[in-house]
Design a protein around this ligand. Structure first.
Ligand SMILES: Nc1ncnc2c1ncn2[C@@H]1O[C@H](COP(=O)(O)OP(=O)(O)O)[C@@H](O)[C@H]1O
Ligand SMILES: [Mg+2]
Length: 222
């Protein structure tokens, strides 16, 4: 589903990622852990096509993304990817229904699935509310609904529970995992939480020497 080959990324003189290789199978759910500043968000941004590597390639569903022009890259991102961010990134002037419907509208799909997705994340009947009326946990539920509504093949979540209290974080994670499983999507979740990481099929640790698989026990000791 996703393959990164020999990815290299520097900011100025500082090499962040060097010769990074990574593969994610269809339907696989992995957690990426690692110290702050090690390059986790940078890696997700390269995978998402929001930034370009200095060298190396990202293949999504068999397509070498470096061969796409801007329009093709936008289309691929819009159709095949779903994003969830630590800070939710809901649009404040749109209702919950309108927020969740955005990926459908951009993909010229019927918008009625937005209500079903809101119900699936426990927010049925809240379609006409605005983000400011919600708690953090509820906002992240809406963001999950929005990330999954157009049935993307790859979900990228960057510290999705970083702004939530531990109990809410656990609930949101369970929901995220259930929704990812139900949609048969592949997913990468970046997290500092051993409990969050333990919900994944594999846990990877990003260090200055690259990505390596670690056990749940090792993740807990970090
Ligand atoms: N656009 C940028 N320009 C310059 N430096 C950046 C940029 N984005 C990230 N960095 C630096 O790259 C390093 C890795 O950042 P990041 O990927 O956000 O780390 P993480 O998500 O693991 O905390 C950090 O030192 C950060 O300051
Ligand atoms: Mg980050």
């Amino acid at each position: 589903m996703l393959e990164c080959r020999a990815l290299r990324k520097s900011y100025g003189q500082r090499a962040i990622l060097t010769q990074l290789d990574f593969q994610l199978a269809a339907g696989e759910y992995v957690a990426i852990m690692g110290d702050s500043g090690v390059g986790k968000s940078s890696l997700l941004n390269l995978i998402a096509g929001l930034d370009v590597p200095d060298s190396g390639s990202v293949f999504i569903a068999g397509t070498d993304t470096s061969t796409l022009n801007d329009d093709q890259a936008t289309l691929l991102r819009r159709q095949k990817l779903g994003f969830i961010f630590q800070a939710f990134h809901l649009l404040p002037h749109l209702t919950l229904h309108q927020n969740v419907a955005l990926p459908l509208i951009l993909n010229h799909l019927p918008a009625d699935r937005a209500s079903q997705m809101l119900a699936a994340v426990g927010l049925s009947g809240r379609d006409d509310d605005f983000p400011r009326q919600l708690s953090g946990g509820e906002m992240q539920r809406v963001a999950i609904a929005r990330a999954l509504v157009h049935k993307p093949q790859l979900i990228l979540a960057d510290e999705p529970t970083g702004n939530l209290d531990p109990e809410t974080a656990q609930e949101v994670l369970q929901l995220l995992k259930n929704e990812i499983r139900a949609s048969h999507a592949s997913a990468i979740i970046v997290t500092h939480s051993p409990a969050a990481a333990a919900t994944a099929d594999r846990i990877l640790l990003l260090t200055r020497s690259g990505l390596r698989e670690i056990s749940a026990a090792e993740a807990g000791l970090k």
